[in-house]
Design a protein around this ligand. Structure first.
Ligand code: NIG
Ligand code: FE
Length: 397
């Protein structure tokens, strides 16, 4: 296997404690890739010899973005719902149920082609790892199909049978299905399980139901994630702490006790608080209080929540720009949230940083520093990096 040297990096974000500040920054940097992994980082002037090399002429390089929360596999379009919301009209078109109907009716080939296109769109914006949930099937054959499609794109697949109770199905019966035969069919196809825990909602799951879903999933060997505290205060964050979930996502309405519990468990691998500001942007809702979480010592991640209803965006640079301009995060905190903290939300230590041994998943910017991700909102700064085939790949992502 050959070694490939990348030089002329204006600013390299490594998260390596050997380097400067919380981002582990190196200026005038270089790195060496071998076997699809980072083999060396440092100043260009001290770079070792390698078999092949390329010069980035001052571009900034970051770890590829880790989008730890998406619903990429679905069919249908809900632009009419978005349009109605934009016009301040009540919309009665069906919401999630519309997507469920379209998804059940779609062929696996169509679902695969559409999800592949969205994953490629994410890749063009610097995302190198995606988590993908099921949850638009809500019956055994479709939930299985969605996880198989997701599994062609990522190893970070999540069983979300407990997205909502489908129309016309009794709650108790559906809970028995989700924690019984549907879980048994889906567990071999998933790494994670998730639940939409929102006690005020007629279709989502309350505390006892969510605990039942998560406990059954853990017994089936799945790691846990929670959609929690999105629409109002509730037990989501507390349950995530209690049951050892990797992440609690949304976190828009947290009590002081929730924040304290997340902060207390953060140093011991407790749940990451994953904020999804594209949802608040697209639904014109108040943003979560990122500063309160960060100041308390909670690990905060950013993800897109890409889905056809509440945020149809695959753009991690947009989430970084929102976090900085509207949520009070510093550029460094937002970059960490989109990379290292996203990796922690997936309990991965091989991605989200560029220390020696990490996967060589790079995000190269047509800009001199990571600050430009927020300083130039909406501008496509991510550049494709063509590496020689001889540098090798690090295996499944
Ligand atoms: O993460 N919270 C629930 N589910 C999605 C929205 C799904 C949809 O509207 O289709 C979310 O925001
Ligand atoms: Fe979601």
């Amino acid at each position: 296997m050959t070694a490939h040297l990348v030089t002329g990096i204006g600013e390299l974000v490594t998260f390596d404690p050997r380097y400067e500040g919380p981002l582990g920054l190196v200026e005038d940097a270089a790195l060496v890739i071998a076997d699809g992994r980072i083999a060396w980082t440092g100043r260009s002037a001290t770079a070792p010899a390698a078999d092949t090399r390329q010069d980035l002429h001052g571009a900034a390089v970051l770890p590829g973005f880790v989008d730890s929360h998406t619903h990429l596999v679905f069919a249908g379009d809900r632009s009419a719902e978005f349009e109605a919301r934009a016009a301040g009209r009540r919309y009665t078109g069906g919401g999630i149920a519309t997507t469920v109907a379209a998804t059940r009716a779609a062929s696996t080939e169509q679902l695969t082609a559409d999800a592949r296109a969205l994953a490629a769109e994410a890749r063009r914006q610097g995302t190198t790892t995606l988590e993908i949930k099921s949850g638009y099937g809500l019956d055994i054959p479709t939930e299985e199909r969605l996880l198989r499609v997701a599994g062609t794109l990522t190893t970070e697949t999540t069983y979300l049978g407990a997205h909502v109770v489908p129309a016309g199905v009794d709650r108790t019966d559906y809970l028995a299905l989700v924690t019984g035969p549907m879980l048994a069919a889906c567990a071999p196809l998933a790494r994670w399980a998730d639940v939409f825990c929102e006690p005020g909602s007629p279709v989502a799951f309350d505390e006892d139901e969510s605990r039942a879903v998560l406990t059954a999933a853990a017994a089936a060997g799945l790691g846990l994630r929670v959609h929690g505290n999105q629409l109002g205060p509730g037990p989501g964050a507390r349950l995530a702490v209690e049951l050892g979930a990797a992440s609690v996502d949304h976190c828009t309405h947290l009590s002081d006790a929730d924040v304290t519990a997340l902060a207390d468990t953060a140093p011991h691998g407790g749940p990451v608080a994953t904020l999804l500001p594209g949802v608040e942007l697209s639904t014109r809702s108040p943003f979560p209080d990122a500063r309160r979480l960060l100041d308390a010592g909670v690990e905060v991640a950013l993800a897109t929540d890409c889905n056809p209803g509440t945020c149809y965006s695959t753009s991690m640079p947009l989430m970084i720009a929102l976090a900085v301009t509207l949520m009070g995060m510093t550029t460094g905190e937002a970059v960490r949230a989109a990379t290292l903290a996203g990796a922690r939300a997936l309990r991965r230590d091989d991605i989200g940083h560029l220390r020696v041994g990490a996967r060589a998943d790079l995000c190269v910017l047509d800009a001199p520093s990571h600050t430009h991700l927020a300083y130039r909102p909406g501008v496509p700064l991510v550049r494709t990096l063509d590496l020689p085939a001889t540098v090798g790949r690090a295996g499944d992502r």
